[in-house]
Design a protein around this ligand. Structure first.
Ligand SMILES: *[C@@H]1O[C@H](CO)[C@@H](O)[C@H](O)[C@H]1NC(C)=O
Ligand SMILES: *[C@@H]1O[C@H](CO)[C@@H](O)[C@H](O)[C@H]1NC(C)=O
Ligand SMILES: *[C@@H]1O[C@H](CO)[C@@H](O)[C@H](O)[C@H]1NC(C)=O
Ligand SMILES: *[C@@H]1O[C@H](CO)[C@@H](O)[C@H](O)[C@H]1NC(C)=O
Ligand SMILES: *[C@@H]1O[C@H](CO)[C@@H](O)[C@H](O)[C@H]1NC(C)=O
Ligand SMILES: *[C@@H]1O[C@H](CO)[C@@H](O)[C@H](O)[C@H]1NC(C)=O
Ligand SMILES: *[C@@H]1O[C@H](CO)[C@@H](O)[C@H](O)[C@H]1NC(C)=O
Ligand SMILES: *[C@@H]1O[C@H](CO)[C@@H](O)[C@H](O)[C@H]1NC(C)=O
Ligand SMILES: [Zn+2]
Length: 479
């Protein structure tokens, strides 16, 4: 009996290795659904009773708030979420921009469906492309800014943004994508345009906003039910976030530029809070700049004056002059536009203002339960998603270290996989050598016994300890 132990052991170990490796190889692709609710301010979560959002907080991890990028508007921040880049590096500086080199204006019209807009430095690759490029039957579907653009010759399933569709209808469509019998996606990105519109129309402190939040909570409830009935609830990772918050604006807190400066001297690109101004003739710079400087409740910058910390100005879409309204103020070019305005809420202010902060919640097999993090930057969401999806992140400005405490098992699984893959050939080689040596020795010295487990210990614990050097592997019961 004792003499046969090494043979048994070797066979068993090879089987074991094989089983573990094939188990990892057959592991389904990680699933992730990214959802953005436009204009969902961080502290809306503590307004009233939102049972489904509250449920996700305890079932997963959440941030007190997210610090977004300046300018705090929709397109730029949505592009930062999926690329992990600051605005100056991905080039979408506002919802409405001008590129002096292209001599063209961007406003997500057909003209703008070009990677020159979304990736002027050839570094921005949205996560859905990265996911699909990895192969292994990975597929992405996105209803998001830029999802209809072909990056790196890889087109993903893009769902058009269509305001007449109900949110539940869009949810149904993505559930179908995830459960498709032949070509299921493993990554989905969904954009919802509320509560932004309600926040603009009625203000962030209105009862209409509260009603809208309740409605969104029931959409979330619908999603949860659908995930459960489709047996996706336990396997799918969900991230819920937003692009910016909302600031209430008072009726008289407004600026109309034409009262102060000749509008014919420059072109204006941007929203009601921040605008890039391009002079028609640069010789008017001092004149225009001085006139704007004279307007109260308005910050005026030339390129060298605007602080680096906003990671905003190293791009030629930054105007000759940038103007930013003081918190709670809005800017129009023409006074008639101003009088027609019914805005009760606005965004686009500096990203240090808490009313601009977005939300973040995450739940799923990769996410720690009942865990709260104080805050992180919106660009950190990209490396976080890459970690969940097991993707090597592209060039980006995020830091996984800011967000990895929300990850549960993932890094552990990763380590084990690499430990096994790198150990297997070594283990097999050493064991074979050991086995041959033993056979040889046994024929020379009959009767001598050897403990085969000595070999096993050397092989497995020394290697895994050096890889993990912590309790991660020890914690893992699956091993
Ligand atoms: C930029 O385009 C406009 C038309 O949109 C044209 O009038 C102008 O000449 C162009 N400027 C340059 C420098 O090409
Ligand atoms: C396109 O894909 C290639 C190969 O994966 C990669 O090296 C490159 O960085 C990608 N381009 C961008 C803009 O991300
Ligand atoms: C938008 O959705 C509505 C309702 O589902 C549909 O009737 C309409 O055809 C869609 N429009 C486009 C352009 O797809
Ligand atoms: C710009 O303004 C200067 C000074 O007023 C003038 O001499 C020049 O012709 C103008 N250039 C153009 C292109 O209009
Ligand atoms: C600045 O504004 C004041 C009135 O608010 C006006 O009297 C003055 O002329 C303005 N200065 C410039 C340079 O426009
Ligand atoms: C920007 O403004 C500063 C004064 O604040 C001035 O010193 C500098 O020359 C200006 N730069 C340009 C490009 O206008
Ligand atoms: C945010 O930054 C702006 C511009 O630097 C400053 O005026 C404002 O006071 C800051 N707000 C907060 C809340 O720190
Ligand atoms: C953001 O990333 C880009 C690409 O790597 C880099 O060029 C840029 O300097 C980064 N920005 C900051 C502020 O580090
Ligand atoms: Zn908005």
């Amino acid at each position: 009996m004792i003499k046969r132990e090494p043979v048994h052991f070797l066979v068993c170990l090879l089987f074991f290795e094989f089983a573990v490796i094939s188990c990892f190889q057959n592991q389904p692709n990680p699933l992730l659904l990214l959802i953005s609710f436009d204009g969902f301010r961080w502290d809306y979560l503590s307004r009233g009773h939102l049972p489904n959002f509250e449920y996700l907080k305890t079932a997963g991890s959440y941030a007190n708030y997210v610090k977004n990028t300046f300018s705090t508007v929709t397109f730029p921040n949505h592009w930062s979420i999926v690329t992990g880049l600051y605005q100056e590096s991905h080039g979408i500086l506002n919802n409405h921009i001008f590129d002096p080199e292209l001599n063209k204006t961007f406003h997500t019209n057909k003209e703008s469906m070009n990677t020159l807009w979304y990736d002027p430095f050839n570094i921005a690759e949205p996560i859905w492309t990265l996911n699909e490029k990895k192969g292994n039957n990975r597929l992405s579907a996105a209803e998001w800014l830029g999802s209809n653009i072909i990056f790196n010759k890889t087109s993903v399933t893009s769902v058009d943004y269509n305001t007449s569709r109900t949110y539940n209808d869009i949810i149904d469509q993505f559930i179908k994508f995830f459960t498709d019998a032949k070509r299921p996606i493993n990554f989905g990105a969904v954009y919802f345009d509320e509560p932004d519109a309600t926040g603009h129309k009625y203000g962030p402190d209105s009862k209409e906003l509260l009603e809208k939040l309740n409605e969104l909570d029931s959409n979330l409830g619908y999603l949860i039910d659908k995930l459960k009935s489709n047996k996706l609830f336990d396997s799918l990772n969900i991230i819920i976030t937003s692009d910016h918050g909302m600031q209430s604006v008072q009726e008289n807190n407004n600026i109309c530029l034409e009262k102060h400066v000749d509008l014919n001297l420059f072109d204006v690109y941007g929203g009601v809070v921040s605008k890039n101004l391009f002079l028609k003739n640069y010789s008017d710079m001092t004149n225009v700049y001085q006139k704007l400087k004279n307007i109260s409740n308005l910050d005026v910058y030339n390129k060298s004056e605007f602080p680096e910390k906003y990671h905003y100005k190293k791009n030629n879409r930054f105007g000759d002059i940038l103007i930013v309204a003081k918190l709670g103020y809005i800017i129009y070019e023409k006074c008639t536009d101003l009088s027609a305005s019914t805005l009760k809420g606005a965004h686009g202010y500096y990203n240090n203002e808490s009313s601009m902060f977005p939300i973040f919640l995450a739940k799923g097999p990769a996410i720690r339960k009942n865990y709260r993090i104080e805050n992180f930057d919106i660009v950190d969401i990209y490396p976080f998603m890459c970690a969940i999806l097991d993707l090597e992140p592209g060039i980006n400005n995020g830091s996984i270290s800011n967000v990895e405490s929300m990850l549960k098992k993932f890094s552990r699984r990763h380590l084990i996989l690499y430990a096994f893959i790198s150990l297997t050939p070594i283990a097999t080689a050493i064991l074979t050598a050991f086995f041959l040596f033993f056979i040889n020795k046994r024929s020379n010295l009959p009767g001598q016994t050897t403990n085969a487990y000595d070999g096993y210990k050397i092989l497995s614990t020394s290697e895994t300890n050096s890889l993990a050097n912590n309790d991660e592997l020890a914690d893992n019961a699956e091993l």
